[in-house]
Design a protein around this ligand. Structure first.
Ligand SMILES: Cc1ncc(COP(=O)(O)O)c(C=O)c1O
Length: 374
């Protein structure tokens, strides 16, 4: 059956799956302004409040002056490199105690580039069923065989490893650490055990944990004291760091391999130097003083029944989820209805993500409003 683009859009609309870009007037700290209304933003990845913060922007500009251009004009491997890129890479290697780091333009670029290049024909990838779309896209591009094991189910993963590992050359286990739509945390110690037992590489996407978990904000790998056991740690700068871009950190061999093979790195203009400088400045100067705030935020998440600062309120039905968001909106809270294909069919939800400024009262008032809609 052939459907025209127009029919496909109509179909999405009919099933309440149509995505549209919202008009947002401005954002500042925990508030978002839409159509002249000021709402508490419960859908932000700006977990530590570094993005959209006037004081931080001014402080950074005082420091940076006009030293960092707004465009790189080239890919890193051509002329798009300056000392600040290497400095940020060295900083990441240092804090993670890894041999080498590579910057990517976003977490999406990182996951597509890494998963499509580390495995190829004759290799295999074992991926958590709820891993992010960027990981899935990378696996699809790789030409490798991939298996998606049931979410966080280590027994099922081990069964797969027993059955399949010996049929392939290189094998990779890939997981998020804090799952983006569910807020739960993978069993990282077990993943390390399995990767060692079955001779696999382990890559961990710390997109939602970098900047939030661990004494120094390095993520779940730091929290569990396992940074040295994970072959490749991936983190994004677009969430808790309040900037843009991503990194992969690991052995010199793996990073040199990615520099040569990860097409999303090779064939794209590097991020602006000013952006790289901002990321580096935040990590060096601001991240270190957030420990208490981060712990309070995580405690609040736990009080609300989550393992992290991401709290999924599963409604189920698309229409009811949209309705619950409307009710929250009218009560001064901005949330988003998360629907398939982002989450599995029948599990539409409101994904609350905390930021350090959200109070306990604000959170629980919002949760009780959603419960009343059921
Ligand atoms: C788990 C995970 N990985 C990667 C990404 C992509 O990161 P970025 O927004 O930097 O492209 C996201 C973003 O939503 C994510 O949730």
């Amino acid at each position: 059956m052939f459907y025209s683009y127009k029919e496909q859009i109509a179909n999405l609309s009919e099933h309440l799956h149509l995505r549209t870009i919202k008009s947002i007037d401005k954002k500042d700290n925990k508030y978002i302004y839409i159509n002249g209304e000021k709402l508490i933003n419960l859908s932000s990845n700006n977990y530590l409040g570094f993005a959209d913060n006037k004081d931080i922007t001014e402080e950074f500009l005082d420091y940076a002056g006009d030293r960092f251009p707004f465009g790189s004009a080239s890919a890193r491997l051509l002329t798009g490199n300056l000392p600040v890129y290497n400095e940020l890479e060295e900083l990441i290697s240092l804090i993670f105690q890894k041999e080498k780091t590579l910057l990517f333009n976003s977490g999406y670029h990182a996951n597509v580039g890494i998963n499509s290049s580390l495995a190829g024909r004759g290799d295999v990838i074992f991926s958590d069923k709820l891993n992010h779309a960027s990981i899935i896209d990378g696996m699809k591009l790789s030409g490798a065989k991939f298996f998606r094991y049931p979410h966080n189910n280590m027994e099922a993963l081990e069964k797969l490893l027993i059955r399949e590992r010996r049929n392939f050359n290189n094998a990779i286990i890939v997981s998020e650490s804090v799952f983006s739509m569910d807020g739960d945390i993978t069993d990282i110690a077990k993943l390390v055990e399995l990767k060692e037992k079955y001779n696999c590489l382990l890559t961990l996407d710390e997109a939602h944990a970098f900047g939030v978990f661990g004494k120094n904000g390095l993520g779940i790998s730091e929290q569990f004291g396992l940074t040295d056991k994970i072959d490749l740690i991936i983190g994004t700068f677009g969430k808790a760091i309040g900037s843009m871009g991503a990194f992969a950190t690991g052995s010199e061999t793996l990073i040199n391999y990615l520099i040569n093979k990860a097409r999303s790195f090779i064939f794209s203009t590097a991020l602006p130097p000013v952006n790289i400088a901002f990321t580096k400045w935040i990590i060096e100067n601001k991240l270190t003083c957030t420990f208490e705030k981060r712990m309070n935020m995580l405690n609040l998440g736990r009080k609300a029944g989550s393992q992290s600062h991401i709290i999924p309120l599963i409604v189920g039905d698309n229409k009811e989820t949209i309705n619950a968001c409307d009710i929250l909106y009218r009560s001064g809270y901005f949330t988003l209805p998360i629907r398939p294909p982002t989450v599995p069919e029948g599990t539409s939800r409101i994904r609350i993500s905390l930021t350090t400024d959200i109070t306990e009262k604000e959170l629980f008032d919002a949760i009780s409003l959603v419960k009343q809609t059921k």
